[in-house]
Design a protein around this ligand. Structure first.
Ligand SMILES: Nc1ncnc2c1ncn2[C@@H]1O[C@H](COP(=O)(O)OP(=O)(O)O)[C@@H](O)[C@H]1O
Ligand SMILES: [Mg+2]
Length: 265
């Protein structure tokens, strides 16, 4: 189960280096205080692939950390499966923004980290193999992270997260730094993986096409202090093609304008 409810989420950072410039500026909420999230209300169904877009610095990572239970300093309420979030839970897992593989462990050992709780070693071995095969990395089990390409490292991270069999996966810009073709391939892999496991995924990206191609739901946040500009289902058939779905192209132009870019295709 992976139902998520975010009610009246508000977040401010106190930063001693930050100086208030203008008392009327809505970004400023007091001396040394930056308001990042401003009354964010969202609801995601169990199994939804939610893609969260927003300008850089608007608070996407902050929101993910709060929902995952890593940051308790906010106002508002967060519920996962009707239970209020009070800290990180082993039922959810975070896929970090940058490579989270341990460099001194082989790919197989890294994937096994998510399965440490299993007592049955045979079952553990079988599961590790299952997830390595799911991301098409068989044959590379004994390689260390630096011996894998960028795309392979991301797939290994995915296998590690999947092996933990979480209810919800939090993915914070997991495609950052990947070249264009690898990114295309990773989109396909994540969509296939999501179809296969059917778990809720909160996927943060600043790439509009990632969101429109992959999401069951699109969330667009405004600039800081962030509120929700769009939260809507994307019930377009897959594989998605902008040329065949004029509504999808229109939506893309609408989001570009919303994010302050006049870009028509
Ligand atoms: N620990 C922190 N202390 C002070 N300010 C922070 C902290 N973490 C993030 N911020 C600020 O909050 C804003 C939102 O950050 P973040 O959530 O990382 O944005 P995004 O992921 O959307 O790029 C940024 O302006 C950032 O500088
Ligand atoms: Mg971020």
């Amino acid at each position: 189960m992976g139902h998520v409810l975010i009610q009246h989420l508000q977040k401010e950072y106190v930063d001693r280096r930050h100086k208030r410039r203008d008392a009327d500026d809505p970004n400023e909420c007091g001396i040394n205080c930056i308001r990042v999230l401003d009354d964010v209300n969202l609801e995601f169904s169990d199994g939804e692939m939610v893609c969260i877009l927003g300008p850089s610095g608007c608070g996407k990572s902050t929101m993910l950390r709060i929902v995952a239970g890593f940051d308790r300093e906010y106002s508002g309420k967060i519920f996962i499966n009707d239970k209020e979030v009070r800290g990180p839970s082993s039922e959810h897992i975070f896929v970090f923004q940058h490579s989270a593989l341990l460099p001194w462990m082989t790919m197989r050992e890294n994937v096994a980290l998510g399965l440490r709780h299993l007592k049955d070693k045979e079952l553990m071995k079988a599961k590790i193999q299952e997830y390595i095969e799911m991301v098409e990395l068989e044959g590379f089990e004994d390689r260390y992270p630096h011996q894998l390409s960028g795309g392979m490292q991301r797939r290994a991270e995915l296998a590690r997260a999947l092996a933990a069999e979480p209810d919800i996966m939090f993915m914070d810009e997991p495609f950052a730094g990947l070249d264009f073709l690898t990114r295309m391939k990773m989109r396909e892999e994540v969509v296939n993986m999501h179809e296969f496991i059917g778990k809720t995924i909160l996927f943060v990206t600043h790439d509009i096409d990632d969101a429109l191609i992959m999401g069951d739901r699109l969330v667009v946040l405004s600039g800081r202090p962030s509120h929700v500009k769009i939260s809507r289902r994307l019930d377009f058939p897959r594989p998605r093609d902008f040329r065949k779905e004029p509504e999808l192209s229109e939506l893309r132009n609408e989001i570009f304008l919303m994010l302050g870019v006049n870009y028509a295709v």
